[in-house]
Write a protein that binds this ligand. Structure first.
Ligand code: CO
Length: 477
């Protein structure tokens, strides 16, 4: 057995709710914030993991909280605010959980109080993106919430001028094509036949629908990959049996299962809305890293799990045994569109999640990815390190924050977004929960030398609960 790189008590503390909303200059800084680092890092994640002490059953059910860290003139300013959804405000007023969560939260009172209550709460907690003057808090099973990028005040559900209606959904994983400035996204209406809508939001924040494609079976699509000519999904072979959910025994997320031995399918939609389906070995994917086209092939890098990380009812995620948690590993798929064949190779063996690339490389051939990883070389554990992968040489470099640091998704920021500099000329920004001081740090790593001492470590005055996704804009708010 591998020596653990962490203590469970340390890790669990990163899941305590943050109750306060603050705005302050970060004055406690080790090292030097680079003068060229200018812009705003937005992060989203469950900031509140209980209502008045009544705990949510799964971190994905926690209420979305936006953090903004703005950089200018070698200084940084922190602010945070919860997304003030009507559900968040109602639960705050009531002092108890009023809604069922998709992943693991039931109202108290057992199945009698949950039966036939199909209302889920839009927790707006999964990602945050700035596009065309709009700051959007994203959650994949509903519309985004619009926020004021300066104050982080909640403006309301974003329908894109009525182009989408309240029953429709917009992904938490849009991809921006850096060459056009368009943000690409999708929405899934699940059913026996699911409909995938492909959306484009231009640099003025206007939404248009590129195509709508019907696919057979229940679709659970968290993410997609984008290339200039293709939008690529992996349909994991999951089944959804809604009966326990409708009857109140289980949450919706607990009703999802991977069909044993059923192949996964790539759903590849071209710009005209034509669908190509190509089978591959069974696996489950939450996150794709990136994709690009090369002749008749699409090269796609994704974090793959051998099974769906199933949610067991009535267990506390804080007490998870990491030795029993299945590990995600980074794979490269080479999809030949002419032959309808897929080749798969392992890139990073170590358990990892949250891959990111240089913004200009989205959909383009690329060399480097940055990804959260465990600090030990095998087994499973919380993410405590950042890995840099060189796809051309196979070189792996790590920056570990173990034993008492726990990381969130890294974000790569180019030093000069207008210049055609080296692909790794820039910084990796990462929020790290430091259990020693019970606070979070914003760490700035040199992307060309990520294992070196951080360029700057900005100590916040408090912790930030483990987040999900975020993004960087070169505008300073
Ligand atoms: Co995600």
């Amino acid at each position: 057995m591998v020596q653990a790189t962490f203590s469970s008590e340390d890790w669990q503390r990163g899941y305590e709710s943050l109750r306060t909303e603050q705005a302050y200059w970060i004055d406690d800084v080790e090292g030097q914030i680079p003068a060229e680092l200018e812009g705003t890092l937005f992060r989203n994640g469950p900031g509140q993991l209980d209502v008045n002490g009544e705990k949510f059953g799964h971190p994905f059910d926690g209420d979305g909280m936006i953090c903004a860290i703005a950089f200018q003139n070698s200084r940084a300013h922190f602010s945070n605010q919860f997304v003030k959804t009507p559900e968040f405000l109602a639960e705050k007023k009531a002092g108890k959980i009023l809604y069922r969560g998709v992943f693991g939260t039931q109202k108290s009172g057992g199945w009698l109080s949950n039966i036939f209550d199909l209302k889920n709460k839009n927790v707006a907690n999964t990602s945050v993106v700035y596009q065309g003057g709009k700051l959007l808090a994203l959650w994949e099973a509903a519309l985004p919430y619009g926020l004021d990028p300066k104050s982080l005040d909640t403006l309301g559900l974003e329908t894109f001028g009525g182009k989408l209606n309240a029953g429709q959904v917009f992904t938490a994983h849009p991809r921006r094509d850096d060459r056009t400035g368009d943000l690409w996204g999708f929405g899934v209406q699940p059913g026996p036949k699911s409909t995938i809508s492909i959306y484009k939001v231009n640099d003025r924040g206007e939404l248009s629908t590129e195509s709508q494609v019907k696919v057979s079976g229940f679709c659970f699509l968290h993410d997609f990959a984008y290339t200039p000519n293709y939008r690529i999904f992996m349909q994991n072979p999951v089944s959804f049996n809604p009966l326990p959910f409708v009857m109140g025994f289980s949450t919706a997320g607990e009703c999802i299962e991977l069909k044993p031995n059923a192949p996964s399918q790539f759903l590849i939609i071209d710009r005209e809305g034509n669908l190509t389906t190509i089978e591959t070995d069974p696996c489950f994917v939450f996150h794709h890293c990136n994709a690009y086209e090369e002749g008749d092939e699409i090269i796609l890098d994704s974090v793959c799990y051998p099974d769906y990380p199933k949610l067991e009812p009535n267990t506390d995620f804080r007490n998870v045994d990491f030795n029993k948690v299945i590990a995600g590993q980074l794979y490269r798929f080479t999809i030949n569109l002419k032959l309808g064949k897929v080749k798969r190779e392992l890139i990073l063996e170590r358990s990892c999640e949250f891959p990111v690339v240089h913004p200009r490389c989205v959909g383009q051939k690329y060399r480097y990815a940055y990804i959260g990883a465990i600090a030990q070389s095998s087994g499973n554990a919380p993410l405590q390190a950042i890995a840099k992968i060189n796809f051309e040489t196979g070189k792996e470099e790590f920056h570990s924050f173990a034993p008492r640091g726990f990381i969130s998704e890294p974000i790569f920021v180019p030093r000069d977004r207008h210049a055609d500099n080296a692909e790794d000329d820039g910084w990796v920004l990462v929020l790290v929960f430091d259990a020693t001081h019970n606070r979070s740090d914003l760490v700035v790593l040199d992307a060309q030398n990520i294992s070196a001492k951080p360029i700057a470590t900005l100590h916040l005055k408090h912790h930030v609960p483990y987040g999900l996704h975020g993004s960087f804009t070169h505008e300073v708010f």
